[in-house]
Design a protein around this ligand. Sequence first.
Ligand SMILES: [Zn+2]
Length: 281
Amino acid sequence: MDRPVSEKAVTLYDIGLNLFCAQFKSPESILAAAAKAGIGCILTGSDMEEDLRIDDFVRTHAVYGTAGIHPHNADMAKAADFDTLRRILMENGRVVAVGECGLDFDRNYSTQENQIACLKRHIELAEDTGKPMFLHERRASDTLVQIFRDHPEICRRAVVHCFTGTRAELLTYLEMGFMIGITGWICDDRRAAALRDAVSVLPPDRVMIETDAPYLTPRNVPGLDRVNVPWNLPYVLDTLADHMGMDPVRLAACTRANTERFFGIAGHPAAADATGEMEAN
Ligand SMILES: [Zn+2]
C-alpha cells in the first residue's frame, strides 16, 4: 500500500485519465509525477476489465475512479455486468461516478441501438446509487438530449466529458443542467474553431478540465509527445482561460471547486484510509 500522496496540494483535477491504457507502462510513476505537479486524478473506467481494476486500484492509491461501459463497448455489455457495476458503485466510495458511458455516432463501433440501451442502464445506475454521471457524446447530441429530457434530475449531476460541439449544443446542455468537460481539443488550431466560439459563453461554475490521457495531447505542448500525460493539464487550462476571457488562476480555482463539488471529493484521498466506506456523496 503506498503512502498518501502529499508532496503538493491539488491545484488542478484531471477528471479523465485512462491510466490502464497500454501506452502507460507504469501507472504508479504516472500518478507520482501527476501528484508532484499538483494534479489530482479521476481514472476513467470504460469496460468491465478496467472497471474491476479501478475498483481495486483506488482502494490502495491516492486517486478516484469511475465505473461504466463506453459506448464503443456497448455491443459487449451483458445484463450481469450492470449488477457488477451496481455493486462497485454502492460499495466503493472512491468510485465516484457512473461512466464512462454515452453515445458515439461518429465511429459507431457498437450499434446505435445497443449504445442507447446501454446508456439507459447507466442512467438507472445513477438513479439507484445517487452518483453523478461521466458522459461521452460524439455526433449524437440530439439523441442524448432526447434521452435526458426524461431525466432532468440526473442532468444536474452529469458531465458531458470532452465536449467538442457547437455553441448551440453547449447552450442546450447548459440549459438542461449538465456540467461540461474540456480537453486538449481546445488547443488544436486546426479543428477547435467551433469549440473556442462555444466556450466564450461557458459559465465558470459549469466547467471542469481533463486530459483524456494518453489521448489528445494538446497541440501547444512543446515537442508534441504523442502520449498525453496528466501534467499537460495546464496547457488545457491556459488555452481554455484565454477563450473564456478569464484569468487562468481564477479559472483553476473554479475548476477545482467545481470538481470537488460535483464528485463529492476533496484533495488527494489518503490511500491508507481506503476502506470502501462511502466518503463521497
Ligand atoms: Zn470519451
